[in-house]
Design a binder for this molecule. Sequence first.
Ligand SMILES: *[C@@H]1O[C@H](CO)[C@@H](O)[C@H](O)[C@H]1NC(C)=O
Length: 404
Amino acid sequence: MIRSITGEMVAIIFKYGGISAAILVGLYAGLLGLLSTSAFQTHVVYLHKIQMTWFKDLDVPESFGFMRNQVTTFFLESSDGEKLHAWHILPVELYRKHEVALLGEPAGVVSDITSRHAFKLLRNDPDARLILHFHGAAGTVGSGYRVPNYHALSAGQPGKIHVLTFDYRGFGRSTGTPSEDGILLDAHAVIDWALNVAGIPPNRILVFAQSMGTAVSAAISNYFALKSPPAVFAGTVLVAPFIDAATLASSYRLVGTIPLLSPLAKFPVLFNYLQRFMRDKWSTKDRIAQYIRTNEANGEMYRMTLIHAEDDYDVPWDHTTTLFWHAVNTTTLVGISYDELEEKKTERKKDLGAAGSVMEWHTEHGIIREEILKSGLHDVIMGNPVITMAVMRIFQALDPSFTC
Ligand SMILES: *[C@@H]1O[C@H](CO)[C@@H](O)[C@H](O)[C@H]1NC(C)=O
């Protein structure tokens, strides 16, 4: 999000533009003024125009390192008519088994995905699992660490775990302009596709998200949990989530050092102003709390895993400890303070040394899990084995026979 003002954008400018920090800092005053305009907010919050996939064609997944027809490229439609560019990614062992048939099909964008061999492998296998992927701000389905991320997601069961990833409206090849309401319609369309076109029941679907995507997936998971009858997915894995847009903006540190908007956070009046002028609130803290409260009340099984690296310079890791606290607090009768929970952690959390620590909170219906890693940065983490483990832990909890 506002890491946007910053995060990926600044990284890119530094990497490719050679603009000095001094100039960026000089832009600060102007930035604050500009930020209060809606069109500018859209651009700095979502960074959707920064594609980071130069010289590559999103309709040619092979150019991102996939094998021919391992990825099916197609368009989904949102309820308000936006066309969303999506990739259905086959796991490698499944690809190997069906290589001949897959190679026999033409490459390129597919107009009717249901006619494709890869799609039938998903829809017709009662053991297939599907990961719905919600990427972060900036870039596209093919940018940065997202491709290694897809490999890590299916690595635990490479014969069974499919990934569906897509670009939100205004990103990549998708039409439209991003906004909180619009992106939630996009997420809705993706889930509808998974449930109704691919025909996968919620208990074989896992929601994975990173950074800005965590806000999208927390919102949409909550929406489906609130439905009657509810649809609760096998689990939700959130990497580098944030409390809400305003808190993120105020805690963001430019290139890990310069607190960009934090002067505002020191003064409640200014912070309230910040909250008010941000059109899109993305209140993950409230949505996670409501999601858990609803599932507890409905007696629905849920699993939520929050993962954050201590060396994440884009979104500070205390966003995750705060979200974990809000989630846990929801499951208690009288409430628990942040400090009380931290105290419980010192007794109960698993210390993994240089790998970090893990704290789990179990209720009758759910498991809320917090993994704080020592390293992994903001994006690199997505291609790491902890991601494979997070996925397998959730699928195996529901079905112990789900192994290689
Ligand atoms: C924590 O839970 C208690 C009891 O349900 C509630 O009264 C309180 O508002 C919650 N605190 C937060 C910060 O949500």
